[in-house]
Design a protein around this ligand. Structure first.
Ligand SMILES: [Zn+2]
Ligand SMILES: [Zn+2]
Length: 267
C-alpha cells in the first residue's frame, strides 16, 4: 500500500491511499488546484481516484469535494447519519453518494469506519486494509478512548492528531473562551500529551510508524508536538527513531510517501 498525506490541519485535510488495484482520497478539504498538483507529485491523475471517503462534515474536510467529484464523477462514501448535511453541503449528483453504516469494500481495500467523539454530527476514523497491510486515519478526535484503540491497534501506520499545546491554547488571544473549552474538551481535539499517551498504547500493540497530524497553527508548533511526544515516550523507555518512527503531516504541502506491507510492523 502506498500512502501520503496531502494536507492536514484546520486549513484543509486530504490523504491519498493506493493499493494494487485501488486509489482513494480520505477527505478533500483543500481547493482543487492544490489537490491536482499534490496528486501530480505522486504521478496520479485525479480521474484515477476510485472514491472519496468523508470523515465528517466540517469544512476543513469537505471544502474541495464538490469540485473534484463533479469533475470526475467520483463516488463519495460517508456515514449514513450525515446524509442530509452532505446533500446540503456537497452539490453533486446525489447518485455519487454511497452512504454506509458498517464496514465496506472498495476494490481490493477493506474499509472499517469507526466513530470518534469529535463534535460534528458524526465523525469517523478509518482503518484501511489491503490484505494484512493496515493503515488508520484518526484525527479530529477529542479523546483517544478504548474503543478507538481496539479498532486501530493492529495498524502499521497511524495518522494521529496532535492538535494543541494546552499552554499555547490558553494564551492564544484570538480564540474566545468557549472555543478554547471546546478544543480542550473530550469532543474537540487531541493535545500533544494525549497524543503521546495514545502512541505509547499503539507502540505496545505493534504500531511502529505514527504521523502527527492536524497540528494547530495557533496553539501548537511542529517542534513542540514532536518534542512533547518524544519526551513522553522516552520517559516510558520508548525511543523515537529507534523503537518507533514519528513523522509530521503538514498544512501547506504534502507529507512523506510511505509504503506499507504486511511486514512493515518490523521497524
Ligand atoms: Zn472537525
Ligand atoms: Zn478538522
Amino acid at each position: 500500500m502506498r500512502i501520503c498525506n496531502l494536507a492536514s490541519g484546520s486549513k484543509g485535510n486530504c490523504t491519498f491511499i493506493e493499493s494494487k488495484h485501488t486509489k482513494i482520497l480520505v477527505d478533500i478539504g483543500k481547493p482543487f488546484p492544490y489537490i491536482f498538483s499534490t496528486l501530480g507529485e505522486l504521478s496520479v491523475a485525479p480521474e484515477q481516484i476510485d472514491a472519496i471517503l468523508i470523515t465528517h462534515e466540517h469544512i476543513d474536510h469537505i471544502k474541495g469535494v464538490t469540485k473534484f467529484a463533479r469533475s470526475y464523477n467520483t463516488p463519495i462514501y460517508a456515514h449514513m447519519s450525515i446524509k442530509e448535511i452532505l446533500y446540503h453541503q456537497i452539490k453533486v449528483d446525489p447518485n455519487l453518494f454511497i452512504f454506509y453504516e458498517n464496514d465496506f469494500i472498495i476494490g481490493d481495500l477493506h474499509i472499517q469506519p469507526f466513530p470518534i467523539p469529535h463534535d460534528s454530527k458524526c465523525c469517523v476514523g478509518y482503518k484501511i486494509s489491503e490484505e494484512d497491510a493496515v493503515v488508520s486515519i484518526c484525527t479530529d478526535l477529542g479523546q483517544f478512548n478504548d474503543d478507538t484503540f481496539e479498532v486501530i491497534k493492529t495498524s502499521a501506520l497511524v495518522y494521529l492528531e496532535a492538535n494543541y499545546d494546552p499552554e499555547m491554547l490558553m494564551a492564544y488571544p484570538n480564540y474566545p473562551p468557549f472555543l478554547k473549552r471546546r478544543i480542550n474538551s473530550n469532543h474537540g481535539h487531541l493535545s500533544n500529551l494525549s497524543c503521546a499517551k495514545a502512541i505509547e498504547r499503539l507502540y505496545k500493540s505493534g504500531t511502529r510508524l505514527v504521523v502527527l497530524s492536524h497540528i494547530s497553527e495557533h496553539s501548537n508548533t511542529t517542534n513542540l508536538a514532536v518534542g512533547t511526544v518524544a519526551n513522553y515516550l522516552e520517559s516510558k523507555g520508548i525511543i523515537p527513531n529507534q523503537h518507533i518512527k514519528l513523522d509530521i503531516a503538514h498544512q501547506e504541502h504534502r507529507g512523506t510517501i510511505f509504503r506499507i506491507t504486511p511486514t512493515s510492523q518490523k521497524f
